[in-house]
Design a binder for this molecule. Structure first.
Ligand code: NAD
Length: 477
């Protein structure tokens, strides 16, 4: 049974109730989380506030950076253990969980180095004045984390917030958060300042809602679905609490006839298969110039046909989905596509050793999907690609922009002028030209437009979101 982590200690929940932790590879519970409520959140916010007005808040930026670096080293020493935890909890093939473990180390390393480089400005003003800007922490920040990449999203959000001088309260997902509880314990082992980092587990509508609603929370970083994002914004508005919103996507992979198809195929396949398609930036739409459409469908399909799906410990190309309801959701998209006469062009297979109770879905490519079909518009959050042809650049841009999302896009083309036009005209938080998400992009500002959210995390840019700008005007003559 897992407890909350508050003030560097394991703390029992107020409700005495628990939530089962299910292994998605077999569909059976193997642990329990504490079902947090408003009283638990209140305790964690008090701890964070005490740290913020006390030892943590009094530190210099360089001292904060040193703590983050010590934590990065500690996590590095435990990277394999963390990967094993994440792999079982999320159902990720071990190789993917290992990438996540290295990423959380890198986030803390990156923000450790950034902590004392967050500068203000001096502003030319009237004679006799000196005007400068200060970047100050919000105070106590709340972090709501989804289940698909617990370690990565925790690293980018909490790493940035701590570097900027905030004290944090984290409400991870009820579906997967064991790695984060272990990270908090490792932080305590190195003597990380008490109260700077607190974790309260529980359901979103209970612990999550209480966190957003708490008057002692000065900023909320929410990563999750657009529907819950809207609820969070409405709740946060009651206390005028600023919110960073990292939401969903329907990211287009746009392939022109002059593209290097050999380079494109494995990247486009990985963009939908990684984490079984349960990735905000999953490349879930494949837009292809008509003259190479059949060739691209054939190549991507034959790559998908070779993929194997199975339990996390087998470390295959693709693991299970997170839970039964997620599998049902993905299957409902596929059933509707089938009923509408859409054709499957390529599909991987679930290995015979996959336990019967696991939540397995083979990666699938559907071809000739109409632009406004639900499969081409909504986030499936499973390993399903919707492919469709386009006739020219203008149509590719229109199609790329024709969903409510705008998180990430890729453009595959050799023509340099076209690359630049596409980069400017596709409405998206990130555009990759002839690559997609290589290296995890810890250093690259990330976030969406439209229903994909607002604000930016990752990279140095995130530090601006985790601070408030204060203008100081001094009259000296
Ligand atoms: P979700 O919105 O259901 O849950 C996200 C988090 O919000 C969980 O911790 C949940 O407990 C909490 N929550 C639920 N109701 C709440 C409430 N009323 N108040 C406060 N918190 C509440 O999302 P999910 O299913 O966990 O994750 C999948 C979604 O997250 C997808 O839409 C995906 O695209 C998105 N996502 C976005 C990014 C990004 O960086 N843009 C990254 C990963 C996932």
């Amino acid at each position: 049974m897992q407890k909350h982590f508050i003030d560097n200690q394991w703390v029992d929940g107020d409700s005495g109730e628990s939530i089962s932790v299910v292994d998605p590879s077999i569909g059976e519970a193997f642990d329990h989380l504490t079902r947090g409520n408003a009283a638990d959140i209140h305790k964690a916010v008090l701890s964070a506030r005490t740290a913020y007005v006390g030892a943590w808040g009094a530190m210099t930026a360089a001292e904060r950076g040193r703590w983050l670096m010590k934590l990065a080293y500690k996590l590095q020493d435990h990277a394999e253990e963390l990967a094993q935890i994440e792999s079982r909890d999320c159902g990720k093939p071990l190789k993917q969980a290992r990438v996540d473990a290295s990423a959380v180390v890198r986030y803390f390393e990156f923000y450790a180095g950034a902590a004392d480089k967050l500068l203000g400005h001096t502003i030319p003003y009237q004679n006799g004045y000196t005007v400068l800007t200060l970047r100050e922490p919000h105070g106590v920040t709340g972090h709501i984390v989804p289940w698909n990449y617990p370690m990565q999203i925790f690293g980018r959000s909490v790493g940035g917030a701590l570097a900027a001088g905030n004290a944090c309260v984290v409400k991870p997902s009820e579906d997967a958060c064991l790695s984060l509880l272990r990270i908090a314990e490792l932080a305590a082992e190195i003597g990380f300042p008490a109260g700077a980092l607190n974790i309260v587990t529980g359901y979103g509508h209970e612990a999550g809602d209480a966190l957003v609603r708490h008057v002692g929370i000065d900023h909320v970083s929410f990563t999750g679905s657009p529907t819950i994002g809207q609820i969070v914004v409405r709740t946060a508005a009651e206390h005028y609490t600023p919110v960073t919103l990292e939401l969903g996507g329907k990211s287009p992979q746009i392939v022109f006839a002059d593209a290097d198809l050999d380079a494109m195929v494995p990247v486009v396949v990985n963009a939908i298969v990684q984490n079984a398609g349960q990735t905000c930036s999953a490349g879930s739409r494949l837009l292809v110039e008509r003259s190479v459409y059949e060739e691209v469908i054939e190549r991507v399909s034959s790559a998908l046909n070779k993929l194997s799906v199975g339990p996390a410990h087998m470390d295959l190309d693709c693991g299970p989905l997170i839970r039964q309801t997620q599998l049902q959701r993905v299957q409902s998209f596929l059933a509707e596509a089938h009923a509408d006469g859409l054709r499957v062009a390529g599909q991987g297979s679930v290995v015979s050793e996959a336990p019967i109770g696991g939540f397995y879905q083979a990666p699938t490519l559907l071809r000739d999907v109409p632009l406004m079909h639900r499969l081409a518009q909504q986030e499936v959050f499973g390993p399903v690609i919707a492919a469709m042809p386009f006739d020219d650049e203008a149509q590719a841009i229109d199609m790329a922009n024709a969903t409510e999302y705008g998180l990430v896009a890729s453009v595959w083309a050799r023509d340099g002028a076209r690359q630049m036009r596409m980069a400017r005209k596709v409405r998206s938080g990130q555009i990759f030209i002839n690559n997609y998400g290589a290296g995890g992009g810890i250093e690259l500002p990330f976030g969406g437009v439209k229903a994909s959210g607002w604000g930016r995390e990752k990279g140095f840019e995130a530090l601006y979101g985790f601070t408030v700008l204060k203008t100081v005007s001094i009259k000296h003559d």
